[in-house]
Design a binder for this molecule. Structure first.
Ligand code: 7TS
Length: 409
């Protein structure tokens, strides 16, 4: 047991103190969809609007300078958090989805032609599938997929064979939002580079839960969202190596992304502003910076270790329940996600009945329809864990599932 003080952490999250309905506490087990926000983040955004609100990069007045400093200061801390070589490599976007689309619109449309191969995996979220489907329809690129094994891991031998076909890009999730699988990103990237491909990592589930070092991984692009890591909705990041980003055409055109505009032409701004057109999510950047400070103060290694302990406990307890089938690998190969089915009960009914006891889990295909198809099921119920969850909450989940079983006979 490490010295992680979960009760102290829970005190930082006001929403965990509210009731779902009278006399029923909220048991929040849906952090894979979005995390809750600590008071430190809520207050940082509140303070920004109360004290410093102005548009950035364009005013010389005090408030504009203060807002710009806060916005850019957050970028610096986010860059440190993922160990980017420079904050120029940290592009603010709306979310992971927009970050992946930025690569698909800007890098891929400048670099891929008909017949070029992009490798994805069978465990991708729709946001790392559909942008490539769209490019396939528009450009005639080819897609192929690293298969997922029965126990929820990527088949790396099959991946090595795919690499013989000299793909241009390998784009994969660092951690599955359904199976919880933590993929060996360093090895996948190294093999891709050896085959001459560049790499895009969907880090929506990894950056909130693991210590991520983009330079150690040697990732070319890395995408993530603030809202899954204690920050606000409406802001995310695309990290990219500066040599790649410098060579890419702008994605959206407008104010702030330019150096100079004539009636019939423009010159693009330097990084990172080249990819940030229009007034950005300023208060959200401030909240994002506060979220990174919050997680860093606790320490990502300690958070990962605590989550591992909770996940191991949850998988053990869920496995005991007759009729529960868990998906994904064992606890040592995954993050805090437990997707399951319960014999004879639709996953939506499971979620709805659990909700009567204030237990929030998600049911459905979790934006990973092809993965569910692979396992021959339309949907799963999914409990997911973060730094503020406790073993007591896992026990309540398990008791709730027994109650569902009783109701369905
Ligand atoms: N990639 C992965 C692996 C995800 O889990 C998600 C969101 C996304 C991309 C998209 O993130 P966004 O911030 O752009 O929406 N996953 C989920 C989920 O599992 N339930 O709700 C959202």
């Amino acid at each position: 047991m490490n010295s992680f003080n979960v009760e102290q952490i829970r005190n930082d999250f006001p929403i965990l103190k509210r009731e779902a309905r009278q006399g029923v506490c909220v048991i929040y087990l849906d952090s894979t969809a979005t995390s809750q926000k600590p008071v430190q983040v809520i207050e940082a955004m509140n303070d920004y609007y109360r004290r410093s609100n102005a548009n950035i990069h364009r005013g010389v007045h005090t408030l504009a300078e203060e807002a710009t400093t806060l916005y850019e200061g957050a970028r610096e801390r986010i860059a440190k958090f993922i160990n980017a070589a420079s904050s120029r490599e940290v592009i603010y976007t709306r979310n992971t989805t927009e970050s992946i689309n930025l690569v698909a619109y800007s890098w891929a449309r400048a670099n891929l032609k008909a017949g070029d191969l992009v490798i994805l995996t069978e465990m991708e979220h729709h946001s790392n599938l559909v942008p490539w489907h769209m490019l396939q329809m528009e450009r005639g690129i080819e897609l192929d997929f690293i298969p997922v094994t029965e126990d929820g891991l990527l088949d790396l031998e099959a991946y090595k064979s795919l690499l013989d076909r000299r793909p241009k890009l390998v784009s994969f999730t660092h951690m599955s939002n359904v199976l919880g699988t933590i993929n060996p990103a360093d090895e996948i990237i190294r093999l891709a580079h050896d085959a001459g491909a560049i790499t895009l990592v969907d880090g929506a589930q990894s950056v909130p839960h693991l210590s991520v070092d983009v330079q150690a991984l040697d990732a070319d692009f890395y995408a993530f969202s603030a809202h899954k890591m204690c920050g606000p909705t409406g802001i995310g990041v695309l990290y990219g190596k500066s040599a790649l980003l410098d060579a890419m055409p702008p994605f959206l055109g407008g104010g702030d992304m330019i150096k100079e505009v004539k009636l019939r032409s423009f010159r693009a701004n330097s990084l990172p502003h080249k990819f940030e057109a229009g007034t950005p999510a300023i208060a959200e950047a401030v909240g994002f910076g506060a979220a990174v400070d919050y997680l860093s103060a606790i320490g990502m290694e300690r958070i990962a270790a605590y989550e591992h302990e909770i996940t191991e406990y949850a998988l053990d307890r869920l496995e005991e329940v007759p009729g529960v089938k868990l998906f994904g690998p064992s606890a040592d190969k995954k993050g805090g996600v437990a997707a399951f089915t319960l014999d004879g009960v639709h996953p939506h009914d499971v979620a709805q009945i659990l909700d009567q006891d204030g237990i929030a889990v998600r049911a459905g295909h979790h934006c990973a329809q092809p993965l569910h198809e692979k396992f021959g099921i339309p949907a799963t119920s999914r409990a997911s864990f973060y730094l503020y969850n406790t073993k007591d909450e896992v026990d309540m989940l398990v008791n709730g599932i027994y109650k569902v079983k009783e109701m369905f006979g």
